[in-house]
Structures are given as structure tokens and as C-alpha cells.
Design a protein around this ligand. Structure first.
Ligand SMILES: Cc1cc2nc3c(=O)[nH]c(=O)nc-3n(C[C@H](O)[C@H](O)[C@H](O)COP(=O)(O)OP(=O)(O)OC[C@H]3O[C@@H](n4cnc5c(N)ncnc54)[C@H](O)[C@@H]3O)c2cc1C
Length: 376
């Protein structure tokens, strides 16, 4: 049986690791990605604020040593979900089981004026550009803003505002600056009232202006003003945006999407096409777009594929649970546990910020790199 996994992000790496752990060389698994290396989303914040170099947080796919798994660096050009045929710039693949884990593409140019007058911090290129821009910032009005929904890692804009406060304080520029956070939700982490409260208290303590239920739709670079969806305006000297997210064009062209994303069975991650699964940010499964959820969904697909291979009844089901670290700056990290169980109101527990959780977060990343890249 040949399994082809499109996308070597959180979802694709977890899935192929599990299949390798279970079957080793007895299963033919191909992992395809256009990039040459993996970077955790949260590492982009480290790069942008000069806390880490890109080479320290980039993990080359050439390092993958997984029995049974072959990594192919290629761009996926077309997907036929009916025949499961995949065309890439490195050849054609006709798997028995296809898993689409191609994530969400980011489109800064979809927000008028953003490329000319602002910055985005969600891509590696954006983080690198900000790493070079921030040292020459001499203080002023900083706006951290979301430009559309859905967007990956809902806590990331809050973390960015807090890290910006730390950065400006360290550079002696905080008194010369204001920080505003524009978010499309009523509270920072809707499923966790405790986490939201802790963030709102910290924003107030650190003088970060919180603008709930608002979105930046456009920038006027000439006037240095952000135009909000509700008609309001916000002047800025430095604007850091979460850009528009869309399913990759190749996924949209495949006919698998409905309202922009791939619908899946929330318990099994099956698409409507036999033998085709989808996991992570590219889906509309109902959990936030975050790596921990992509990872949990990949684990379920791995279990179900393993059952198919063994000829067992497929039983693993996705429970919508996930955990997320929240960087408060000053080496203080909190943890939020969230559960999005089908048909129930999402709930979330909260562990308050500490240095111990900052160390846990480092271990979270390191343990994944070891599992995903190292020998089984
Ligand atoms: C600033 C920031 C902070 C974040 N912090 C966290 C956090 O603390 N915790 C957390 O859980 N999540 C976090 N995230 C979110 C997390 O990074 C994503 O949700 C996660 O990576 C999604 O996993 P995925 O497997 O669905 O997609 P991805 O990891 O995005 O992987 C998709 C892969 O598909 C490849 N691809 C796309 N199109 C093609 C094509 N046509 N051909 C070939 N390959 C293609 C891409 O190169 C990519 O490697 C953060 C994100 C950002 C931007």
C-alpha cells in the first residue's frame, strides 16, 4: 500500500512519524513539500525579535531519517481527489491513500496598502524583514492587527503585543511608544475565560490598548493610517499584521474545498473522496488553525491508516483536544488546554505564566524535532 502525504508541516511530520514507528520499511510512505526545511510558527516570533537566528530554528528536511518514509522536495501542481493522482514538479504520484496537509497560504497583498506601508509577521520572510526593521525603530505608535478570519494560532497576536512591550522596554523606547492590539474576537482566547482574563489584566498592566471585535481591512501608507472594517481609523508608525489566510491555490483548484477550506468528517478526518484524508490548517474541521490540532488530527489518521493496512476495524476518533503555550515575554510562558468536542461548547483550562512553563515550551519543540526527524 502506498501512502502519499502532501505537506511536511505539523500534520504531515506527525503522520509520517507515526506510520514509520508502526511499520518501518514495511510501508511505502512518501512525504512531499515544496520547502527545504520546517520552522515552527512560534519560532518566527523569536526570529523577528532577534531572540534566535533563522538557522537555529530551521530544520532541514534532508535530515529526516525515518524508515519507510521518503521525503520528496517538490511543488504540488494538481490534485485529483477522485483518482488520487497528484502531479508535482518532480513527477506524478498515484497513491492508495492520500493525505492533504498543505496548511494555509498567506496573502499580505490581499490587504490594500499592507505591503507598501506595513509588515506581516506570519511568514519566515516577514519575520526576517522585521528583524532588520525593528532595530531602526525609534519609538511611536505600534499597531498589531489581524486582517481577516480565520487565522492561525489565535494567541499569536497577543503574544506579539506582549513581546513588543518587552522589546521596547529593553531598548528604552517604551515611554515614547504606544501599543495597540486589534483582534476580531471579543476576548483574546474565547474558549478559555481564565487565559483571556490573565491576558487582559497583563495588557492593562503593561499599557497595551486592547481593541476587540475589530479588523484592519486596509492601510493608507501615505497618511500612515489603518482603516478598520467598522469604518474607524487608527494612526500608526509601525504596523504588524496577521495577513489574509487562504487554502493553497492547488487545493482550491482541486475542487475539494467548500467555503475556502476542505470539509472533513470531524471524527475521522475523511474527506468526501474515498481514500483521501485532510488534516490541519487546510481543513474546516472546527478547531482553531494551530499546530497542536494538526498534530492531533494526524495521529488519528495514522491510527486509521494503520488499521486499514493491518485489516483491522478502524476505530480511532478525533477528540478536538489541544494545548497551547502563551508567551507573556520576560521568560514567562503560560499554558492553555482547549477542548473542542463535537456538538459541545469549547472549554479551556489555564496554567499561569512561569519560567517552568517557558522551559516546557522549549522541550515541546525539541521533542518534536527529535521524533519527526531523528531515527525512530
Ligand atoms: C507566528 C505564529 C505562531 C504560532 N504559534 C503556534 C503555537 O505556539 N502553537 C501551535 O500549535 N501553533 C502555532 N502556530 C500555528 C502553526 O504554525 C500552524 O497552525 C501549523 O503549522 C499548521 O500545521 P499544518 O500541518 O496544517 O500546516 P503547515 O505546518 O503550514 O504545513 C503545510 C506545508 O505544506 C507545504 N505546501 C503548501 N503548499 C504546497 C504545494 N503546493 N506544494 C508542496 N508543498 C506545499 C508548505 O511548505 C508547508 O510546509 C503559529 C503560527 C504562527 C504564524
Amino acid at each position: 500500500m502506498r501512502i502519499v502525504v502532501l505537506g511536511a508541516g505539523f500534520g504531515g511530520l506527525e503522520l509520517t512519524t507515526r506510520l514509520s514507528e508502526e511499520f518501518g520499511n514495511d510501508l511505502d510512505v512518501v512525504l512531499i513539500d515544496q520547502s527545504d526545511g520546517f520552522v515552527f510558527g512560534f519560532s518566527k516570533l523569536d526570529v523577528m525579535f532577534g531572540r534566535a537566528s533563522l538557522s537555529a530554528v530551521r530544520h532541514p528536511y534532508l535530515d529526516i531519517v525515518k524508515p519507510g518514509v521518503r521525503f520528496v522536495q517538490a511543488t504540488v501542481l494538481s490534485i485529483d481527489p477522485v483518482t488520487r493522482r497528484v502531479e508535482t514538479d518532480a513527477g506524478r504520484f498515484d497513491p492508495d491513500i492520500l493525505v492533504v496537509a498543505l496548511g494555509a497560504d498567506l496573502h499580505p497583498a490581499a490587504t490594500p496598502g499592507l505591503v507598501e506601508g506595513g509588515h506581516e509577521f506570519y511568514t519566515v520572510a516577514g519575520a526576517l524583514s522585521l528583524r532588520d526593521v525593528l532595530p531602526s525603530f525609534t519609538g511611536g505608535r505600534v499597531v498589531v492587527a489581524v486582517t481577516s478570519t480565520p487565522f492561525k494560532c489565535p494567541p499569536a497576536p497577543s503574544e506579539t503585543a506582549l513581546l513588543m512591550d518587552e522589546y521596547l522596554t529593553q531598548r528604552g523606547l517604551r515611554d515614547l511608544s504606544s501599543i495597540s492590539l486589534v483582534m476580531p474576537m471579543g476576548v483574546p482566547i474565547p474558549p478559555s475565560p481564565e487565559a483571556s482574563k490573565a491576558l487582559l489584566v497583563t495588557f492593562a498592566e503593561r499599557g497595551i490598548d486592547w481593541h476587540p471585535d475589530r479588523l484592519v481591512r486596509e492601510l493608507d501608507p501615505g497618511r500612515k493610517v489603518a482603516l478598520l472594517a467598522d469604518g474607524g481609523e487608527m494612526p500608526f508608525d509601525l504596523l504588524l499584521a496577521v495577513p489574509v489566510h487562504r487554502a493553497p491555490a492547488v487545493v482550491q483548484e482541486s475542487g475539494m474545498t467548500v467555503d475556502g477550506w476542505i470539509p472533513v468528517n470531524p471524527l475521522t478526518l475523511e474527506t468526501t473522496f474515498p481514500g483521501v484524508y485532510a488534516v490541519g490548517d487546510v481543513t474546516s474541521v472546527g478547531t482553531p488553525k494551530a499546530g497542536v490540532f494538526a498534530e492531533g488530527q494526524a495521529a488519528v489518521v495514522a491510527d486509521r491508516v494503520a488499521s486499514l493496512v493491518r485489516g483491522d476495524t478502524e476505530s480511532a476518533q478525533y477528540d478536538g483536544r489541544g494545548m497551547c503555550y502563551l508567551d507573556f515575554g520576560h521568560e514567562q510562558v503560560a499554558r492553555v488546554e482547549v477542548a473542542f468536542l463535537t456538538g459541545q461548547k469549547p472549554t479551556g483550562g489555564f496554567e499561569k505564566p512561569s519560567q517552568a512553563l517557558a522551559a516546557d515550551k522549549v522541550e515541546f519543540g525539541a521533542s518534536r524535532i527529535q521524533r519527526w526527524f531523528g531515527p525512530t
